[in-house]
Design a binder for this molecule. Sequence first.
Ligand code: GLN
Length: 209
Amino acid sequence: MAGNDATAGPVRVGVLALQGDFREHLAVLTALGAEAVPVRRPAELDSVSGLVIPGGESSVMDKLSRVFGMAEPLRRAVHDGLPVYGTCAGLIMLADRIVDGIAGQQSIGGLDVSVRRNAFGSQTDSFETDLVVPAIGESPVHAVFIRAPVVDEVGPRATAIGTLDDGRVVAVEQGNLLGTSFHPEVTNDYRFHEYFLQKARQHAARPSA
Ligand code: GLN
């Protein structure tokens, strides 16, 4: 699995590269000192200590993950405790329940939340705001929302870690899983990625690794 030498060098993490803005995440993770690799095949998933699921279009990512035989391996990896960070469409992929998905849309699941796609409507396709997310530090994070989902309901196993002024939840955590409605990879503030890498390093260093 994730390598017994994990503590010796940079942590090796993947970015699901079926669709969406995976290149931006690879660049951020590399800049943070990780060995970041694109993941498109089940075997590639076995070699990483964490995975980012990028933004893009969740219905397309869902179809491609099934076509490429990645859906079940991803479910297994999440179930087995792999740290996974989903941004925007990636958050939708991680949600146990999708509201306003296209017909037949499935998710990988793992996060005990209901996520509503395109929750800000066509009037507000994209917007930016500053959010305080204590889990990643005191200073506010600049959050960029692009046709973003919101978390409609947070189940008992998940925790809301970031909310808009009106109370809508846009960042959640559940053990090794992390999800944001917004896109830190398009800003210069990489604290969410660093937070994810901490989980990946711990995962790589676990006794059974
Ligand atoms: N609206 C997209 C979806 O439903 C998500 C947009 C994004 O990832 N920026 O998947």
